[in-house]
Design a protein around this ligand. Structure first.
Ligand code: NAD
Ligand code: DAU
Length: 377
């Protein structure tokens, strides 16, 4: 494969995938297609923007004619589809935008890939439509006695506050979809369309479902960058509910490496779960973030604990996500590269060293959104 279309490449995960592919595969032409919504930012890709194997195209995935034109103009062989509306809180106040982008946008891209590939002499041969999805489509797990699966990874976190598992159940590739938020409902619907294109038309597709990512270039509406920024600015840290919900965290570069591996070695029509067996209760994770920021800012230990502010819970807040990624390890040999504490330290350091990046994107419209979103909490 030579011409690869990466959608949502100016966003958080997409920018890491674009960077990895542009640097690792000089023989590939990487076309980054992004609408540059509030979440997309070309500053995320400054280091690679002038590479000869990289092209940026600003376009809306919902614009079917434009998707057809781009597939044809760049003779696209492979699609890695990340473009989406991605923030659960926004989906609760504006579900239509999520249905439009995540469902109709994915459908428009699928149909454009299908019609273009069918028009080429080799048809679907050597082509791949790889759709990036989330663990949230599986629904929520309970907090029960932790007698779960042992992590197969040596890089699993080892903090004293951290429990490996908060329940017996894990999301498997075979777990029935049961989305609860408008965001996850829209992602689930897009996953179904992708699989339907394989089952109906024989189009080569693949889906992966990943757990929560963290790392550089994440928009500061998501928990970790929001809290790092708020600690720096001495603003309250809004903990939803009792802070007892559990998320399974993976360093974003490990997700990008998994995407690279699966894109090249994954089996068509398969689903792979991606996650590092790294579950954290929100409040425990928040304390690690506070401790790390205080340490790097030279504050005394415990200095920013007073910023913790318990607020009204998120509507329909899923209790626990936990990914079983042993299929990916077993079949393709992937494993995460970092211990969690190492990843968090790297991440906090990046945000503190790149304050201009965060200040630029949190000015203007975002400030208004943030005030409105949190004024009632
Ligand atoms: P993000 O919000 O940071 O980036 C999304 C990107 O998509 C932005 O650059 C935005 O401009 C672009 N975009 C939005 N609407 C578009 C449209 N109509 N046309 C073209 N581009 C558009 O999201 P992210 O956190 O990087 O997530 C990327 C993908 O990975 C999403 O599909 C998300 O569902 C999935 N995912 C995210 C996580 C996570 O923890 N962040 C975990 C698992 C899966
Ligand atoms: O699991 C994968 C998903 O992870 C991705 O599909 C989504 O795109 C991504 O946004 C993320 O969803 P979450 O809702 O889990 O992430 P978020 O960072 O918004 O919240 C993490 C947890 O922290 C969640 O339990 C809600 C809580 N939270 C979040 C924010 C923003 C707070 O307590 N306070 C906050 O201010």
């Amino acid at each position: 494969m030579k011409n690869i279309l990466i959608t949502g490449g100016a966003g958080f995960i997409g920018s890491h995938v674009v960077r990895l592919f542009v640097n690792k595969y000089p023989d590939y032409h990487i076309v980054n297609l992004d609408l540059l919504t509030y979440a997309g930012n070309l500053a995320n890709l400054k280091d690679i923007e002038s590479k000869p194997n990289y092209t940026f195209v600003r376009a809306d995935i919902c614009d079917y004619a434009e998707m057809q034109r781009i597939m044809k103009e760049y003779k696209i062989d492979g699609v890695i589809h990340l473009a989406a509306e991605s923030h659960v809180d926004r989906s609760i106040v504006d579900p239509f935008t999520f249905a439009r982008t995540n469902v109709m946008g994915t459908l428009s891209l699928l149909q454009a890939a299908k019609t273009y590939w069918e028009s080429t002499p080799e048809g679907f041969e050597g082509k791949l439509f790889y759709h990036i999805s989330t663990d949230e489509v599986y629904g929520a797990l309970e907090l029960t006695d932790p007698e779960g699966i042992e992590s197969p990874f040596t890089t699993t976190a080892s903090s004293s506050q951290h429990h490996l598992a908060f329940g017996r159940d894990f999301f498997l590739e075979t777990t029935k979809y049961n989305p609860h938020s408008p965001y996850s409902a829209a992602k689930a619907s897009s996953d179904h369309f992708v699989r339907a294109y394989h089952d109906t038309y024989g189009m080569p597709t693949l889906v992966t479902n990943c757990s929560n990512n963290y790392g550089p270039y994440q928009f500061p509406e998501k928990l970790i960058p929001l809290f790092i920024n708020n600690i720096r600015k001495r603003k309250p840290l809004p903990v939803y509910g009792k802070g007892e919900n559990v998320r399974d965290w993976l360093f974003v570069e490990d997700h990008a490496r998994a995407i690279d591996l699966i894109f090249h070695k994954g089996k068509v029509a398969e689903t792979y779960n991606i996650g590092g067996f790294n579950e954290w209760k929100n409040i425990d994770l928040i304390r690690v973030v506070i401790k790390t920021v205080d340490k790097l800012l030279g504050n005394p230990e415990g200095y920013s604990d007073e910023l913790i502010t318990y607020v009204t819970d998120r509507k329909g807040h899923d209790m626990r996500y936990a990914i079983d990624s042993r299929k990916l390890q077993r079949e393709l040999g992937w494993e995460p590269s970092l211990q969690f504490e190492e990843g968090i330290e790297k991440t906090v350091k990046w945000y503190l060293d790149n304050q201009d990046w965060i200040d630029n994107i949190t000015s203007g419209d975002y400030e208004k959104y943030y005030e409105q979103m949190y004024s009632n909490r």
